[in-house]
Design a protein around this ligand. Structure first.
Ligand code: G1P
Length: 285
C-alpha cells in the first residue's frame, strides 16, 4: 500500500479570469465536454492510490459538493426511464473516493486555504492539487503517482515542476534549484511570481506532496504577492524540500486559450466524438 493516501484539492478561488461564467459556478466545474475538470483531479488521485480527498470550496458555490454527493433517487429515475448507463455513471462519480468538503470563508491565498484542512489531515503526508492545473499524462502514470513514487524514494516534501519559457516565469512560483539527480531537484529557495531575475525557469505547476510541518510554516508566513498568504512563501520555511520534474501536459484551465486547447485535445482523444472532431477541424478554412 502507498504511504500517501490523502489529498487536498483547492477549489475555492474566485475564478475572476472566467467571468461571467464564474459568477454562479466555480471554474472547477467548467466541463471538458461532459466532465467537470474537478472530476479529472479526483480520478488522478484515485488512479494514484489515494482514498481520502478533501475539497476546499467557496461557501456560495455549492455545486461541487452536489456533484460528488450520491443521489439515489435520481439513479432510480434514470434506471426507470431506460438510462442505466447514466445511472451507473453518476453513481461512479459519487462513490469514487471518500470525499470531504471544507468551506473557505475568504479568498486570501492558497496558504490560508490549505491551513483550513490542518485538523482533517492529521500527521499523514498528503498531496495538494490546485484546481486550475489540469495535468494529463496520456498512457503513463498520473502526475500525483509520479510524486508519490518520488516521495517513497527521497522521503522529503516535493513540488511538481516543469520548465516554462523565460517570459512566463512571472506567472508562477519559481524554484532556485540545487543538485539535480534525474528528475529530482534539490530546492534551495523559491520566489512567487518573480518580476525579474527568476532563479530558474522551473515553475511550480499545481502539485505538491507535503508533510505536516507546512502548517507551522504557514503560521509563520505573512501576506506576500497580491497581499495573499502564499504557499510558495511557506514552502521556503521547510527544512528539506525537493522538486520533481514531472511528465505530462499541463493546462491552466482558468486561462481561456488553454481551456479551449484542453477541450480540443481531450475531445480528439475520445472514441465517441474524436474522429468527427478531427474531420471538422481539418475542414475549417
Ligand atoms: C498558484 C501558485 C503558484 C503556481 C501556480 C500554478 O498561483 O501560487 O506558485 O506556480 O498556482 O498554477 P495562481 O495561478 O493561483 O496565481
Amino acid at each position: 500500500m502507498s504511504s500517501v493516501n490523502k489529498a487536498v484539492i483547492l477549489a475555492a478561488g474566485l475564478g475572476t479570469r472566467f467571468l461571467p461564467f464564474t459568477k454562479a459556478v466555480g471554474k472547477e466545474m467548467l466541463p471538458i465536454i461532459d466532465t467537470p475538470t474537478i472530476l479529472y483531479h479526483v480520478e488522478e488521485c484515485v488512479a494514484s492510490g489515494i482514498s481520502d480527498i478533501i475539497i476546499c470550496v467557496k461557501e456560495d458555490k455549492p455545486e461541487i459538493e452536489k456533484f460528488f454527493t450520491r443521489d439515489e433517487e435520481y439513479e432510480k429515475y434514470l434506471i426507470s426511464t431506460g438510462h442505466k448507463d447514466y445511472a451507473d455513471l453518476i453513481k461512479y462519480v459519487s462513490t469514487l473516493a471518500n470525499i470531504y468538503f471544507v468551506t473557505i470563508d475568504k479568498p486570501v491565498g492558497i496558504g490560508y486555504t490549505l491551513y483550513q484542512c490542518k485538523d482533517l489531515l492529521g500527521d499523514d503526508p498528503f498531496v495538494v492539487i490546485l484546481g486550475d492545473d489540469l495535468i494529463i499524462n496520456k498512457g503513463g502514470e498520473p502526475v500525483t503517482k509520479q510524486l508519490i513514487d518520488a516521495y517513497e524514494t527521497c522521503h522529503h516534501p516535493l513540488i511538481g515542476v516543469q520548465t516554462v519559457a523565460p517570459e512566463r516565469t512571472k506567472k508562477y512560483g519559481i524554484i532556485k534549484p540545487g543538485k539535480v539527480e534525474g528528475r529530482l531537484i534539490e530546492v534551495k529557495g523559491m520566489i512567487e511570481k518573480p518580476k525579474d531575475n527568476p532563479p530558474s525557469n522551473y515553475a511550480c505547476l499545481g502539485r505538491y506532496l507535503l508533510e505536516k510541518d507546512i502548517f507551522t510554516a504557514i503560521e509563520n508566513t505573512k501576506p506576500g504577492a497580491g497581499n495573499e498568504i502564499q504557499l510558495t512563501d511557506a514552502l521556503t520555511k521547510i527544512d528539506s524540500l525537493y522538486a520533481y520534474d514531472f511528465i505530462g501536459k499541463r493546462y491552466d484551465i482558468g486561462d481561456k486559450e488553454e481551456f479551449v486547447k484542453a477541450t480540443i485535445d481531450l475531445a480528439l482523444d475520445r472514441e465517441d466524438i474524436g474522429p468527427a472532431i478531427k474531420e471538422y477541424i481539418k475542414s475549417i478554412k
